[in-house]
Write a new protein. Structure first.
Length: 1060
């Protein structure tokens, strides 16, 4: 047997992405209700109505999807067993289980929890109303859980309510913002051109199927049955209509079963519709080589009546010896499925790979089993049925159930995905003449006619005959059904049937009394016989739609994806079949839900071209929650609007369209996005010109934390540039490279620019962030708060030149500085100042004069140094008047690129027998830690520049370097503005300004020290810097450096100096 496996289809993926997009919109809304950058993990719980089958169905989907393993919540070995803790049923035990869940929410602030409330429309009773009215214990449980204070206030908890019928959640008091609704994508079953082989066949498609002309209808009304019910209710007005309908329906099926097997005389006691269904149910297993058959679902809302129906039908089946032909099951939400052992054995044989202890737990597990499922409970709760479901008998759903939600829930049982050719075939064959249209329209309102109008096309026929039982593909008319069944009796192996015990007199009596039974018998005899006497004339016009395909012998036909046949009560049928011009079917004009009321009787009508989004706005404007509704308390004051839960979403879509798979996929891509938010692409490039390093014979201990000024000053300066950023730049001339410069230049001309290598790294709690990062800790750091910075907390002020990166520049140093106060100044161009002021209002801006709008990063660094020295002198003069010595004023500033994201500390392996490999270990540290360490360097005022090395992935794998080097430093430096007073940045340089400045500083005899036990990671930022800046060179005459020229026009500028 071909059993469907779990897979995500394109519509489900599209809706999952819409959910993710809406979550991102909540995070970007600016109300600080959700900070996605705060989370590194996703966890979830699914709350479902009180249905054991639905619980098992949801568990099955979770296990098959592998979402628990994908989210890192469980291992492969434990995921199957531990899946049960992620699905909770709304019963009396939910409070304890939910408290455990909320405890997890509170204990894991860096995990984003998603509370999925599936079938959210089922229980809308408020907890207060339920306790006051002393109703069922299960009423109000959803309100206690979903709307409790802990859920509303938890900053790391998203609530996703899922519903096929969300109308009662879309009132004026709704807790869900209309902008947080995610609707299923619109599609048309006829015009859809998607690549999938199957199309969704929903409520609208069932209504449209009534226009298929001579094709047998999928929506039907058994008018003979309705006439019998009406007559009985007139004679016994004190009996409840549901009781009358149920007893009559039980008798219909029982007598049809007997008439098709042993007692053909009873055929006149059953309606043709019932005969057709039972004939198909009995004969279909014999047409399949594996014995597969169809499923019939009979909706009996009352549990007591459903149990009675099962008992009576089972008794008749067993007396007829059909207990091995088909199963009869009670679909009670409060209990598990109970299937006879021999049928379980048959299901296991069909599935082929099940374990010995396997039993069916969901309706889908019954695929191919010929059976009658008597589905009970107030409402269907979203259970999915197998493809072998062929008939949905809703004759007991009368006018007492007619709200839009109730009606659509019932018909929703039949909604499914069907094969494309199944839908296109009848529509192509639709070719009604004008005369047939007139007959159809003329007979539609013929409600007083007792007998069936034989000329009426099948699409409007309310009594479907045995010929339309060719929908069941039995190939016989009802008038001959009983005769044929008698002829087939030997082949059906009914020898065990005791014919004398199955006559009318020995049929089990109804508890309602003999009188009602006799009335049912007499009515069935009168009405059914008058109908079946005329059936032969219909066979000539019945161009039927064969449910099982063209070949009845083809076993694959039973497994084809075909629409179900729905038998409705007359009230429901009239609502779904009445297509008024310009409007939706009359069902849409019903009260949307029993727990809401219309705001006014003077309101516009719903139109057929209204989308689900427009219908939501309509109900939000024109419906209000009743007093016992869970949303009734969300009234809002006259002076303040109603409050929406900011982290609550609503996913709506047609029944059985695939919403479970969609929200499971949403959890998966949400987790991937959070991981991606916590990752950053950093440059991972090995140093170049390794062979050109100037050797230094000064011995250094690998355990030294700071350089010894005496030893360090004896080291020679390494002139070679090792930063891979300068791979395409001519090496600095040294005696060792007398002929390298010219050769390298020739090589570089022939090479195309290479893409710089990057690697994805996980952000840590010490990272620098851009403007997209939001969290409660750095909330005040981002906003205007003059008192947020204490200028005396850190010795060195931090200058960051930036251009074109007002959004993407890593200018949020709150976490990198571990939350301590620090002075951070942004150096920006004049024309960019408004943008930077908008995104970083709490930062001090150093705005370059307008004449430098087209200048490079050299000008920015030149002005930073000049301004800093000027301020140093002013501070020295001020403090000198107070008796403080001039040399006591701190002379260092930090100049840092806007792409520095992470800092690391490296340590060498301890020499032991266990660590023979070269290299060391590293750990992430904060910028504060790095600065404090460097600022604690002994005799630091004798150093001109101090810096750290640039990170790459092979730093720890290589042989341990000396802890300090006298070489070029860049990207992140501490600059002694006092010692370098007479050394200037070249303000005309667009790039290499740092290398040029290092060479000038070294030529002046000043010390440049690089701490090799620290490294800085540079983020790859694709916007801003030199990438977006067009160089406009100008000719500058200078007597000091006649060999230096401005870059050619085709070379990009570097402002700020980052990511060449």
């Amino acid at each position: 047997l071909d059993v469907d496996t779990f897979q995500i289809y394109q519509p489900q993926l599209t809706v999952a992405r819409k959910l993710l997009s809406q979550v991102c919109a909540i995070a970007d809304s600016g109300n600080q209700s959700l900070d996605l950058g705060h989370f590194s993990k996703v966890d979830f719980i699914v709350i479902v109505p009180r249905s054991e089958v639905l619980v098992q169905q949801t568990l099955q989907r979770i296990r098959q999807s592998g979402v628990l393993v994908d989210l890192g919540l469980e291992d492969n070995g434990t995921a199957y067993q531990r899946a049960e803790k992620y699905v909770v049923r709304l019963d009396n035990e939910i409070q304890t289980k939910f408290e455990v869940f909320m405890k997890r929410v509170k204990q894991n602030p860096y995990t984003l929890f998603v509370l999925v409330h599936d079938n959210a429309h089922v229980d809308l009773t408020s907890a207060i109303s339920s306790s006051l009215s002393h109703g069922e214990p299960s009423h109000g449980l959803a309100d206690r859980v979903i709307n409790c204070r802990e859920v509303l206030e938890a900053f790391n908890l998203l609530v996703l309510q899922v519903s096929s019928f969300p109308y009662a959640l879309q009132t004026q008091q709704s807790r869900i913002s209309s902008s947080n609704e995610v609707h299923w994508i619109q599609f048309d079953a006829v015009d859809d051109t998607a690549s999938e082989d199957k199309l969704y066949f929903g409520l609208n498609e069932y209504s449209k199927s009534l226009q298929w002309g001579v094709t047998s209808p999928l929506l039907r009304c058994d008018e003979t049955f309705e006439k019998m019910v009406t007559t009985l209710l007139e004679r016994y007005p004190r009996l409840h209509s549901m009781v009358v309908r149920c007893y009559l329906l039980i008798q219909q099926y029982s007598q049809a079963l007997m008439s098709l097997t042993t007692m053909a005389s009873l055929r006149d006691h059953s309606t043709p519709e019932t005969l057709s269904i039972m004939d198909d149910l009995i004969t279909s297993p014999g047409k399949d080589k594996n014995g597969c058959g169809h499923m019939l679902v009979i909706r009996v809302p009352s549990v007591q009546l459903a149990m009675l129906a099962k008992e009576r039908l089972q008794e008749v089946r067993d007396k007829l010896g059909l207990q091995y032909r088909f199963e009869i099951l009670l679909g009670n939400p409060a209990s598990e499925l109970t299937v006879a052992k021999h049928f379980v054995t048959r299901l296991k044989a069909w599935r082929g790979n099940e374990q010995d202890d396997w039993i069916p737990r969901t309706y889908q597990d019954l695929e191919g089993l010929p059976c009658i499922v008597i589905l009970t409970g107030k409402d269907p709760l979203g259970e999915t049925f197998p493809r072998s479901l062929k008939y949905c008998d809703l004759r007991l759903i009368d006018s007492s159930y007619l709200t839009r939600t109730a009606l659509e829930q019932e018909v929703g049982l039949a909604c499914c995905y069907v094969s494309k050719e199944v839908i296109r075939g009848p529509i192509v064959a639709l070719d009604l003449s004008e005369k047939e249209h007139e007959k159809a329209n003329g007979s539609e309102n013929d409600a007083d006619e007792l007998l069936i109008d034989l000329d009426r096309p099948q699409s409007n026929s309310s009594a479907v005959t045995g010929t339309s039982g060719s929908l069941a593909d039995n190939g016989v008319s009802s008038s001959s059904a009983a005769d044929k069944s008698q002829k087939q009796a030997p082949s059906l192996n009914f020898q065990m049937v005791a014919h004398s015990s199955v006559d009318e007199g020995s049929y089990p009596e109804f508890t309602a009394g003999e009188t009602l039974k006799q009335e049912c018998d007499s009515l069935g005899n009168q009405m059914a016989s008058s109908t079946t006497s005329k059936l032969s004339s219909l066979s000539s016009v019945s161009q039927t739609f064969r449910w099982s395909g063209h070949s009845t012998k083809d076993s694959k036909a039973l497994r084809a994806a075909l629409p179900r046949i729905v038998i409705l009560s007359k009230a429901a049928y009239c609502l779904l079949s009445s297509q008024k011009s310009g409007n939706l079917p009359s069902s849409s004009s019903l009260l949307p839900h029993a727990d809401v009321s219309w705001l006014s009787s003077l309101r516009p009508l719903l139109h057929k071209d209204m989308s689900s989004e427009e219908q939501s706005l309509y109900y939000r404007q024109w419906t209000t929650a009743r007093q016992h509704h869970a949303d009734f308390s969300n009234q809002g004051e006259a002076s303040s609007p109603r409050s929406f839960h900011p982290r609550r979403l609503l996913l709506t879509g047609p029944p059985q369209v695939g919403k479970t798979g969609s929200y499971l996929q949403f959890l998966r891509i949400l987790f991937r996005m959070l991981i991606r938010l916590l990752e950053v692409d950093v440059y991972d490039e090995e140093e170049i010109n390794a062979n050109h390093t100037e050797s230094s014979e000064i011995a250094q201990s690998s355990n030294d934390h700071w350089p010894d000024i005496e030893l360090f000053s004896k080291m020679s300066f390494d002139l070679s540039v090792h930063d891979p950023k300068y791979r395409n730049i001519s090496p600095v001339y040294t005696e060792q490279l007398s002929r390298v410069k010219q050769e390298t230049s020739k090589e570089m001309k022939s090479e195309e620019p290479k893409k710089r290598e990057t690697v994805s790294m996980m952000l840590t709690k010490y990272a620098a962030y851009n403007t997209f990062h939001h969290c409660e800790q750095c909330h005040q750091y981002m906003d205007i708060n003059p008192a947020a910075q204490n200028l005396n907390a850190v010795k060195s002020p931090i200058f960051t030149p930036s251009s074109g990166r007002h959004e993407h520049g890593l200018l949020n140093l709150y976490h990198a500085m571990e939350g301590i106060s620090h002075l951070h100044l942004l150096v920006v161009k004049e024309y960019e100042m408004p943008l930077y002021r908008k995104y970083w209002p709490n930062h001090i801006m150093l705005v370059l004069p307008g004449m430098f709008n087209n200048a490079g990063v050299g000008a920015a660094r030149f002005l930073i140094k000049e301004l800093s020295y000027h301020n140093l002198e002013l501070e020295r003069n001020r403090l000198e008047e107070l008796g403080v010595k001039r040399q006591c004023v701190w002379p260092f500033i930090v100049v840092m690129d806007d792409s520095c994201v992470l800092w690391n500390m490296h340590s060498a392996h301890e020499q032991s027998s266990q660590s023979l490999e070269p290299g060391g270990t590293s750990k992430n540290v904060s910028l504060k830690n790095v600065l404090q360490h460097i600022e604690a360097t002994p005799k630091i005022v004798h150093y001109a520049i101090l810096g750290v090395q640039k990170w790459n992935s092979k730093l720890n794998a290589k042989k341990t370097k000396a802890p300090f080097s006298r070489c070029h430093v860049r990207d992140f430096i501490l600059l002694n503005i006092d010692l370098t007073q007479n050394v200037q940045y070249d303000l005309n340089r667009y790039f290499c300004e740092d290398i040029d400045f290092n060479l000038r500083t070294n030529s002046s005899g000043l010390l440049i020290c690089r701490f090799n036990n620290f490294s800085v990671m540079k983020k790859h930022i694709q916007v801003g810097g030199q990438k977006d800046f067009v160089v406009k060179p100008k000719i500058v005459r200078t007597h000091a450096f006649v060999t230096k020229a401005t870059p050619p026009p085709e070379m990009p500028a570097a402002f700020p100096e980052a990511d060449l």
